[in-house]
Design a protein around this ligand. Structure first.
Ligand SMILES: Cc1cc2nc3c(=O)[nH]c(=O)nc-3n(C[C@H](O)[C@H](O)[C@H](O)COP(=O)(O)O)c2cc1C
Length: 171
């Protein structure tokens, strides 16, 4: 395969290939009965403008998703540069995922993490089983963005800061 190294399409190979694709990190959070639940996802994808839909993928083994999926509304926080501790915390396997985070309540059960570059509030439109994950499609009802906060980037299994360099060719 010319200068590319062919690697097996197994778990380790797929993780390596997926790690070469940069993404953002999104907190998916809700408050159910006074207890916040949340996880960090790097699988967020904008889907549709009309109707307004976004998606993210959740592992079938997730113990948090069954709780989040009961929420009337979910809060998606597109984490900003400098929020790598929040990303780690929201993905923690043990301890309080919300320790040190400032939360803002939205409609219904939705909660948002302060300091994010954008907030999306939505309701689950549908869930599609896809291998060891579920593709969750969310209908967006409200949005807020902060122009002064750059996104946190997840790439090569590391958190990175965006270093913006405009290329000469416009989109
Ligand atoms: C950078 C990063 C990205 C992640 N992306 C996803 C994801 O897209 N989907 C997912 O189900 N879990 C993802 N996780 C794992 C969850 O954040 C979390 O660790 C996991 O859901 C914890 O298990 P629980 O759901 O049983 O509480 C990611 C973790 C990190 C650190």
């Amino acid at each position: 395969m010319s200068e590319l190294d062919e690697i097996p399409a197994d778990g380790a190979g797929l993780r390596r290939a997926f790690a070469s694709f940069p993404s953002g990190v999104v907190g998916v959070c809700a408050d159910l009965g006074g207890t916040p639940y949340g996880l960090a996802v790097s699988t967020f994808v904008p889907v549709s403008l009309d109707p307004p839909l976004v998606s993210f993928c959740v592992q079938n083994s997730s113990t948090t998703w069954p709780r989040l999926s009961e929420a009337s509304h979910l809060g998606l926080s597109l984490l900003g540069t400098g929020q790598q501790d929040a990303a780690r915390s929201l993905a923690a396997r043990s301890g309080d995922r919300f320790a040190g985070l400032t939360l803002r309540h939205g409609a219904g059960h939705a909660v948002f993490v302060e300091g994010a570059s954008a907030w999306l509030e939505g309701t689950i439109e549908t869930q599609v089983p896809a291998g060891d994950h579920q593709v969750v499609i969310l209908r967006v009802h409200r949005l807020a963005t902060r122009a002064d906060v750059d996104p946190l980037v997840f790439h090569g299994s590391r958190f990175r800061r965006l270093h913006v360099e405009e290329l000469p060719t416009a989109v």
